[in-house]
Ligand binder design. Structure first.
Ligand code: PMP
Ligand code: GLN
Length: 383
């Protein structure tokens, strides 16, 4: 086995889901909605699957989805995107990230990650042969420090990865933080891979700002979105990449040998989804914000110190507030005994980061309100 994989435990998500099943716990660990997204998209996918064709899609994606991605970028961010040269359809954001890293990183190169970070980044980057430099975000605000980012950049640095809204922290990067990234990337001539899969899950009326919209940044940015998140259809495995032609070409060169294409009927169905009216997005974010509020209040009543959550469907607690100091042990304990599963934030750090915080746990709240209420009741009874 490649040492990148032999040296790593199984992904935390299936691990915690299996433990939740074993103990009949409510699974607020792995992040996935308990209600599928819009029926119209699913019905269209079903119809297209029956009627076909179900053959290979074009490598870059079906034209109507690429056009819908361009439309979406114009609609929400005012970006003028050429569907044929500046978009690419991938098999989930996960594959888009892998294709971006494998496409642009060679052995000897370095990538910068802001820690904590979504789990797949590190193994994908290391499998491409590149090394990682970490910039730690400091709790409880998890703010990006300009000097720390600057210090992480070397002559070998090829790219920086950012994720906003952020999984697992629920943090939304401020314009000031995006400007720090833009400044460092421009001065050092770096690519920025932007994981924006939660772009439509920002609360309290705030709006998502793609780094790509900052002055001079379009030419060096690879922006990644996911129908899994935007339409609560994580099983469709449809993601989309936007960027300047030279970067999209690089990602595509890898994608054609990695996934080759993405499922044909789902692509066309998602194209339709991206044309849905504003009411869909408004209802989606309002629903998730209500769930955040419910979860936040429930956790606070249990005695947890709850960290701010400005986006995504994840909320973080400080487990010191209930007298615990080991996040892995805590997540196992509550899964087994309180019958509610969560994931430890230390799983979102690299194993080499020995001083990673061990006192935070993440709960996923994209579940029906009665499920969230039951989970909070169980935690309150237990603690
Ligand atoms: N990035 C982040 C930050 C995520 O949370 C996820 C999904 N949990 C992904 C990427 C992967 O998305 P997809 O399911 O489209 O591969
Ligand atoms: N992204 C989801 C999470 O953070 C899970 C994705 C997965 O299972 N790979 O929980």
């Amino acid at each position: 086995l490649n040492a990148v994989f032999s040296g790593r435990p199984q992904s935390i998500f299936p691990t915690m889901s299996a433990l939740a099943r074993e103990h009949d716990a409510i699974n607020l660990g792995q992040g996935f909605p308990d209600e599928d997204g819009p029926k119209a998209i699913r019905e269209l996918a079903a119809h297209l699957t029956v009627e076909g064709p179900n053959q290979y899609a074009p490598v870059g994606g079906v034209p109507e989805l690429r056009e819908a991605v361009a439309y979406d970028n114009k609609r929400f961010y005012g970006l003028d995107i050429d569907p044929l040269t500046q978009t690419l359809i991938v098999s989930g954001a996960t594959e888009g990230l892998a294709a971006a890293f494998m496409g642009f990183l060679s052995p000897g190169d370095e990538a910068v990650l802001l820690a904590p970070f979504y789990e797949c980044y590190a193994p994908q980057i290391e499998a491409a042969g590149a090394a990682i430099r970490f910039v730690d975000l400091e709790p409880p605000e998890w703010r990006l420090n300009a000097d720390a980012l600057e210090a992480a950049v070397t002559k070998k640095t090829k790219l920086i990865v950012i994720n906003t809204p952020h999984n697992p922290l629920g943090k939304v990067m401020t314009l000031g933080e995006l400007e720090i990234v833009a400044d460092v990337a421009s001065r050092h001539d770096l690519i920025v891979v932007c994981d924006e899969v939660y772009e439509h899950l920002i609360f309290d009326g705030a709006k998502h700002i793609p780094l790509m919209t900052l002055p001079g940044m379009f030419e060096r940015t690879i922006r990644i979105g996911s129908a899994g998140k935007t339409f609560s259809l994580t099983g469709f495995r449809i993601g989309y990449v936007t960027g300047p032609e030279d970067l999209i070409t690089g990602v595509l060169k890898c994608h054609q040998h990695l996934a080759y294409t993405s499922p044909m009927p789902y692509q066309s169905a998602v194209a339709c989804g991206l044309r849905m009216g504003d009411d869909y997005y408004a209802a989606f974010v309002a629903d998730m914000q209500a769930k955040r509020d419910l979860m936040s209040a429930g956790l606070k009543r249990t005695g947890f110190k709850v960290l701010p959550c400005d986006g995504t469907y994840f909320i973080t607690v400080d487990i010191n507030s209930v007298g615990r100091d080991d996040d892995v042990a805590f997540c196992e304990e509550i899964t087994e005994h309180a019958k509610v599963a969560a994931v430890p934030i230390s799983a979102f750090y690299h194993s080499s980061q020995e001083d990673a915080p061990r006192n935070f746990a993440r709960f996923c709240f994209c579940k029906k309100p009665d499920v969230l209420e039951e989970a909070c009741d169980r935690l309150r009874t237990y603690f």
